[in-house]
Design a protein around this ligand. Structure first.
Ligand SMILES: [Zn+2]
Ligand SMILES: [Zn+2]
Length: 345
């Protein structure tokens, strides 16, 4: 039940569409008894609505980022709300439109947010107090307020609340223990959490409450909703820069501040991209100048790599994969190893 067309074909067929699409996200922690069956039912229906995007389904709930044809939006929303467990679900719309997804993927996962902390270290019935964006904006100005970014480092690198605590976490599984450690002496403070759409704060707040934090607040609807409400109410945004999003747009601009730097030349830039060398695919920030200099690659090595003929590339990929597995290295090291491919030729 997957779409097998190539990326280029998919883009072409999207360009030919004569209607608008709406990028929308929603989530709900709730118990789903048979995620596999539910996934199959959902896939059939969403495919009929011509919906694209990425959805995770698990025993603990649903997490969805999708792109919906404008004319099917109402029908789709009533379809989702017709499930008893989803009847009060909130849909969030993107601030900036653009091609967000090329196909529909619905995956069954163990968790909808993979913090990988023990199941008894949180209780989803005890979560933080939800604050609407405008209230969050006021509440974080309190003298006892602490603001914590509950996302990975590469996300906060391009956009964050001013004065927020930014944990130096590169993988979700590091995040919760790290935050608890950083806030060790702040258990009596007013802890304010935020993330992209709210879903990560739900579990994170529960974890912190379980760790003994007294007052935990969370930004309802996340940065996506915040950006909306701030604009609508003509308020000053306390969030600066870009909201990193997990689709082909890679980010929604919230304010004009550019707070990050090109990873290659340190010029001011907040444009994320994946290295054009598919064998590397590293996520990094690159300015326009370096993009043309390195051909959209993360390094001179990757640039050279993609200029090799396909057969040589394939052979090198094989060799490198062999080295990765024989050295029992995590696949996360692969991009770094590709940079070294020159030395192994
Ligand atoms: Zn640069
Ligand atoms: Zn690369």
């Amino acid at each position: 039940m997957y779409n097998k067309k190539s990326k280029i074909e998919l883009k072409k067929s999207l360009d030919r569409e004569s209607f608008n699409r709406i990028t929308c996200s929603f989530y709900k922690y709730c118990s789903i008894n048979s995620p596999e069956d539910f996934r199959n039912e959902l896939y059939t229906n969403l495919e009929n609505y011509n919906i694209l995007g990425r959805i995770y389904v698990s025993y603990e709930g649903i997490n969805a980022q999708i792109s919906i044809p404008e004319h099917s939006l109402d029908q789709f929303k009533s379809y989702i709300s017709s499930f008893k467990i989803f009847k009060d679900i909130k849909f969030k719309h993107a601030v900036e439109e653009g091609i967000s997804f090329l196909k529909l993927k619905i995956l069954v996962r163990d968790e909808i947010v993979a913090y990988k902390v023990p199941k008894d270290s949180y209780d989803m019935n005890k979560t933080g107090i939800h604050l609407k964006p405008v209230d969050f904006n006021n509440s974080i100005k309190h003298k006892d307020a602490v603001v914590v970014d509950m996302r990975n480092y590469y996300e906060s690198e391009v956009g964050r609340f001013k004065n927020a605590v930014i944990p130096d976490a590169h993988f979700s599984k590091e995040l919760l223990p790290k935050v608890a450690e950083i806030l060790e002496d702040k258990k009596d403070k007013k802890v304010h959490l935020y993330c992209t759409g709210g879903i990560r704060c739900e579990k994170a707040s529960s974890y912190l409450i379980n760790q003994g934090f007294k007052e935990v607040y969370q930004l309802e609807g996340g940065i996506i909703q915040y950006a909306h409400d701030i604009k609508e109410n003509n308020l000053k945004s306390e969030f600066i820069g870009k909201n990193f999003v997990f689709d082909d747009r890679m980010g929604e601009r919230v304010t004009n501040d550019v707070i990050a730097q090109c990873h290659q030349c340190t010029a001011s830039s907040d444009q994320h991209k994946n290295c054009k060398n598919d064998a590397c695919h590293l996520l990094f920030i690159q300015c326009d100048k370096c993009a043309s200099k390195y051909n959209d690659c993360c390094s001179e090595a990757c640039n050279e790599f993609i200029s090799l003929d396909i057969d040589t590339q394939k052979k090198l990929r094989k060799d490198i994969n062999k080295k990765v597995s024989s050295a029992k290295l995590s696949t996360k090291f692969r991009p770094k190893l590709y940079k070294l491919f020159n030395y192994w030729k």
